[in-house]
Write a protein of this length. Structure first.
Length: 386
């Protein structure tokens, strides 16, 4: 789990995304197919339904959550290469790609061309929308306007590219959020190291004069760091203070409605505040992780165990697990402190699928979740590629 107050686009968004949600992470070298170890301690990956029954039997070396387009990236167990499957487990993009694969959009993937050893963007018709040109696996997430934050390895600066890989806004920012509220992207100017906002053409809509700035919520609210005090406050859509600067750190709660993650004191515990600055959940969490559908993964300071709360701080899943996954479609993946296997609980905290998986993903909108079964003799390897 990560502290979302240190979020950045093109680095860990979503990385963070973390279990991430709703999308796939791949960070491996584009040199050769992953090796199959002689000692196999975990089984192959497949997909289960909400009852714990196999919808797609274990057959993949690694498998990722389904996207909103009802497709998923996976690695073939035989050749160790990456492709894309449909909800029946059939290959729609043949497993011909080496290194890693990452969903840049529900219907677009960043992967490695085995002929050149370079990464590009490929669609479900196996057409390169962006020709193979990158020597690493960039983390790309396209916004609704078709632009994605992208870090230029030569300069170390961020800009924005389109689906062909062309620069629409050249790299000139030290950091960047994705495009969001009001059609703007929150970025840090490389020269001044101050934050502002640009439109889709790269023109400053908000001049870079802020020492700290979050992206804009759906309702137009955002958090800003006060220059005089160094504290964070919350502004409304008109730019007026909805909550005067009083917090050590703030980040907007994405996927959770009209709330912010708030750290009252530097190095202290985290809580959840509404747009007026009122506490929705008092500061009592060591870390606050990713959120989805108004549910938030948190860890406790005394035990380090994880659970899930709603935006009011009420427990959905009690903090009694070593690890908790991202909530999805009514279920949450959990790993008990005394076990190495994962199971699933519902939003009442009831165990509905007993711990039995070597790893477990998030249930997608199609009702399926990627899981890794324990290894049994005669099965292909389920080791993570790379």
């Amino acid at each position: 789990m990560r502290n979302l107050a240190k979020k950045r686009t093109g680095a860990a968004i979503i990385a963070s995304i973390i279990v991430l949600a709703v999308f796939f992470l791949a960070l491996w070298s584009c040199t050769s197919p992953p090796k199959v170890e002689e000692e196999k301690t975990s089984g192959p990956w497949g997909y289960i339904d909400a009852s714990g029954n196999w919808a797609i039997v274990p057959q993949f070396r690694h498998a990722y959550d389904f996207t909103d387009a009802d497709i998923a990236a996976a690695f073939d167990a035989e050749n160790g290469r990456a492709g894309v499957i449909d909800s029946s487990g059939n290959w729609i993009v043949q497993p011909n790609y080496i290194g890693g694969i990452d969903a840049a959009a529900p219907d677009l993937f960043c992967t490695c061309d085995p002929k050149t050893g370079l990464y590009g963007l490929i669609n479900v018709k196996e057409e390169w929308t962006a020709k193979p040109q990158w020597k690493w696996v960039p983390s790309i997430r396209f916004a609704d306007n078709g632009l994605a934050g992208f870090k230029d390895r030569e300069t170390g600066l961020f800009g924005f590219i389109d689906r062909t890989g062309a620069w629409v806004i050249p790299p000139r920012f030290s950091d960047a959020y994705p495009f969001g509220g009001k059609g703007l992207a929150t970025v840090m100017d490389a020269e001044t190291q101050l934050w502002g906002r640009v439109d889709a053409s790269g023109v400053w809509a908000v001049e870079p004069v802020h020492t700290g700035l979050t992206d804009i919520s759906e309702g137009g609210h955002y958090a800003e760091k006060d220059v005089a005090t160094g504290l964070w406050g919350i502004r409304d859509a008109s730019g007026a203070w909805a909550a005067t600067p009083r917090y050590a750190d703030v980040d907007r709660l994405r996927g959770g409605g009209g709330f912010f993650f708030v750290q009252a004191e530097k190095g202290g515990l985290w809580g959840v505040a509404d747009y007026s600055g009122a506490w929705a959940a008092e500061p009592r969490y060591k870390q606050i992780g990713l959120a989805q559908g108004g549910l938030i993964v948190v860890s406790m300071p005394d035990t380090g165990l994880e659970g899930v709360v709603d935006s009011q701080g009420s427990w959905v899943v009690e903090p009694k697990y070593k690890e908790v996954g991202l909530p999805g479609n009514g279920l949450v993946a959990v790993r008990p402190p005394d076990a190495d296997l994962w199971g699933y609980v519902d939003y009442s905290g009831n165990m509905v699928i007993e711990p039995q998986f070597g790893d477990a993903g998030t249930f997608a909108s199609n009702g399926l979740a990627a899981v890794r079964g324990p290894y049994e003799k005669g099965q292909p390897s389920g080791d993570r590629p790379g």
